[in-house]
Design a protein around this ligand. Structure first.
Ligand code: NCD
Length: 308
C-alpha cells in the first residue's frame, strides 16, 4: 500500500510497489482521459529550492493532468525562507494547505529531514544535492521497460559525472535490485563512482574505465550525464572536465544496433545534437515518460488510482 508514504530514495519502495507504479503508468499512457479527474480537489505543493525544468514541469503537468491543482515556488526568495524560516516550519505550514509535496533542495538529506515534520502529507524527493533523485529513477525504469522490454539482464554503461550525479546514484542502486544487471562505470578518475555507492554492489557486477570507445560495443544501455558544475568547488576543475566525453555519430557506429542512449537532461555538450536523430537516442522519450510515471506516483501516494 503506497497511500500516505514518502518517497525519499528508491529503496523506500519494494520491487512489487515499484512494479505497481509502472503498471499504473502503463494504464495512464493507454487511457489518459480515464485518469483526468482522479485528483480533483487535491493540491500539490511544488517546492523548488534549486533550478529545474523537467522535474518541476513534469510534476506540475502530472498533477494538472490528474485534475488536481498546484501551489508552490521555484524561487525560494519569494517565500518566507528568505526571512529565515526553518524548513520544518515551512513544511508544517504547507501541510495545512496541501495534500502532497515535492521538494528539491541543494543540501543532501533535506527531503528525509522534512518528511519527519509532515504528519500526513506524502513528501517526494525531487533531488537532494548530489545524493538521490528517486523520481528520475522511476522515469528511467519506465523508459528501460518500454525500450528494452524489462529491467533484468542488461549491461548498463553509466558515463560522465558519477561522483556528483544524483540520478546515477539512485538508478545504480535500483537496477542492482534486478536480475543479472552488470554495470560499466565510465568516468575520469576525478569523477569516479563514490565508495558509498560501490559499497552496495558486489565486485563482480561492475567494472570501471575512463575509455568510452573501448566499452561502447558491449553495452545494452548507455546512460550519459552532465558534469555537475554546481557541485564543484573549483571552476577550473569543472572547465577541465566538462567536455571529457562527447557522444557523437562516430562513437555510435561502434555501439550495438539495439543499444539505447539515455540522459536525464539537461545536456550540455556530452551528447552531440547529431545523435538526436539516431533511433537509439531515447532521452526525449524519457522526459515524456517522466510525466506519466509522476502521474502514477501521485495517484498512488494519494490513494486515488482506482477512482475513475
Ligand atoms: C537531473 C538533476 O536535477 O539531477 N535533472 C533532472 O532532474 N532531469 C540531472 C542534472 O541536473 O544533470
Amino acid at each position: 500500500m503506497l497511500k500516505g508514504r514518502h518517497l525519499i530514495e528508491p529503496g523506500d519502495f519494494s520491487l512489487d510497489e515499484i512494479e505497481s507504479i509502472m503498471q499504473l503508468a502503463d494504464n495512464i499512457i493507454a487511457n489518459p482521459e480515464g485518469y483526468s479527474l482522479v485528483c480533483k480537489g487535491k493540491l500539490l505543493a511544488s517546492l523548488f529550492y534549486e533550478p529545474s525544468t523537467r522535474t518541476r514541469f513534469s510534476f506540475e503537468a502530472a498533477m494538472l493532468r490528474l485534475g488536481g491543482e498546484i501551489i508552490g515556488f521555484d524561487d525560494p526568495s519569494n517565500s518566507s525562507v528568505s526571512k529565515g524560516e526553518s524548513l520544518g516550519d515551512t513544511i508544517r505550514t504547507i501541510e495545512c494547505y496541501s495534500d502532497i509535496a515535492v521538494i528539491r533542495h541543494p543540501r543532501e538529506g533535506t527531503a528525509r529531514l522534512v518528511s519527519k515534520f509532515a504528519k500526513e502529507m506524502p513528501i517526494i524527493n525531487a533531488g537532494d544535492g548530489g545524493h538521490e533523485h528517486p523520481t528520475q529513477t522511476l522515469t528511467d525504469l519506465l523508459t528501460i521497460r518500454k525500450f528494452k522490454g524489462g529491467c533484468d539482464h542488461h549491461v548498463v554503461g553509466v558515463c560522465g559525472d558519477l561522483l556528483f550525479g544524483r540520478t546515477i546514484h539512485s538508478l545504480v542502486k535500483m537496477l542492482n535490485r534486478y536480475q543479472g544487471v552488470k554495470f560499466v562505470f565510465i568516468s575520469p578518475k576525478e569523477l569516479r563512482m563514490p565508495e558509498n555507492i560501490l559499497g552496495h554492489l558486489d565486485a563482480h557486477v561492475y567494472t570501471e574505465t575512463d575509455n568510452l570507445d573501448e566499452v561502447i560495443g558491449d553495452l545494452d544501455i548507455l546512460y550519459m550525464s552532465r558534469v555537475q558544475r554546481e557541485r564543484f568547488v573549483s571552476e577550473e576543475e569543472y572547465l577541465r572536465l566538462k567536455n571529457y566525453y562527447v557522444l557523437d555519430k562516430k562513437k555510435m557506429k561502434n555501439a550495438k544496433a539495439d543499444m539505447i542512449v539515455m540522459h536525464p537532461l539537461p545536456r550540455v555538450n556530452e551528447i552531440a545534437t547529431e545523435v538526436d536523430d539516431d533511433p537509439r537516442a531515447v532521452y526525449f522519450n524519457q522526459a515524456k515518460y517522466g510525466m506519466y510515471v509522476r502521474m502514477a506516483l501521485i495517484a498512488k501516494l494519494l490513494g486515488v488510482e482506482d477512482k475513475k
